[in-house]
Each structure stands twice: as structure tokens, then as C-alpha cells.
Design a protein around this ligand. Structure first.
Ligand SMILES: [Fe+2]
Length: 156
């Protein structure tokens, strides 16, 4: 619970300190000290910023960009989740099932949102990217922090 509150704080702080045109700025506060996971988290931040910048343009171009990009982004998120899950499993992380469930719920929620968006003529894609990014940041800064002591022993 403490990490969850701290996570929201970090996510908000990141958002407030962002550079011009950036949705979120990477911070070493997000590090989980595993090379593979940290690399993927950094890529997610980069992807979120690019995604957001292009969706902010609005209109038909933003709509086309959104649908071209969202599926690839989701694929990357899924790959990232399985990397994390493999590592958590190897580390015998006791909260593995609960953490995996958070990942699965997130994917289901995003897929539902995408199908809702497909029915809309002018969806608020930038708003959606913002919500998606907030979830990911809070997850990285809170839930992901909890497995650090367990995966630290692995050295993978
Ligand atoms: Fe996670």
C-alpha cells in the first residue's frame, strides 16, 4: 500500500516536471535494477511520449495514427509483461499471481477501450494515451517496486 501511494506521487511528480511536449520524463526513480526490465520501461516511456505527441495533433490524422500505433504498442506491453512475469517466476516472487492478474486486467481493459474507440468518429486519442501512460507509470513506480528485493538475487 505504501508503495502504491508513493507510486502515484512519483507518477504525478514526473508529469509535473515534464519537459515541453513530453507526456512523461524518465526518472531513475523508476529503476527496478534489472537490465531487461529497466530497458523495456524506458522504451515504454519513449513510446508513450511519441504516441501522445502524434495524437495531440487531433483530427483524422491523429485517428489514423492512433489505430496504426495502438496495436503495436499493446503488443510491446504484452511482451514486457511476459518478460517481467518470467523473471518474477524465476525469483519465486510470492505475489506473482496477483501481479500477473494486474497485467491481465490491464490488457483486457485496454482492449475494451480500443473496441469502444473503433465505434467513435472522433475519439479522444490523446486523452486515452494519457490514461494508459498514468496506469503504466503508477504500476512501474508502485507494484513493480515490490518485486525488487526478490529479483535482485537473480542477476538476470
Ligand atoms: Fe508489472
Amino acid at each position: 500500500m505504501y508503495n502504491y501511494v508513493k507510486g502515484i506521487y512519483f507518477a504525478k511528480k514526473r508529469r509535473n516536471n515534464k519537459m515541453a511536449n513530453e507526456l512523461v520524463t524518465w526518472s531513475d526513480d523508476f529503476l527496478v535494477h534489472n537490465a531487461a526490465i529497466d530497458e523495456q520501461h524506458k522504451s515504454l516511456v519513449k513510446m508513450a511520449n511519441e504516441f501522445y505527441a502524434n495524437c495531440q495533433k487531433g483530427g483524422i490524422l491523429a485517428r489514423v495514427y492512433f489505430f496504426e500505433t495502438i496495436k503495436g504498442t499493446l503488443r510491446y506491453v504484452k511482451t514486457h509483461f511476459s518478460t517481467e512475469e518470467d523473471i518474477m517466476k524465476k525469483a519465486n516472487y510470492p505475489e506473482y499471481e496477483e501481479h500477473k492478474k494486474q497485467h491481465e486486467d490491464f490488457i483486457i481493459h485496454v482492449q475494451e477501450q480500443i473496441s469502444n474507440f473503433e465505434k467513435q468518429i472522433n475519439p479522444d486519442s490523446a486523452g486515452f494515451v494519457k490514461i494508459l501512460t498514468d496506469w503504466i507509470l503508477q504500476h512501474i513506480a508502485a507494484s513493480d517496486k515490490d518485486y525488487i528485493p526478490y529479483i535482485a538475487k537473480l542477476n538476470v
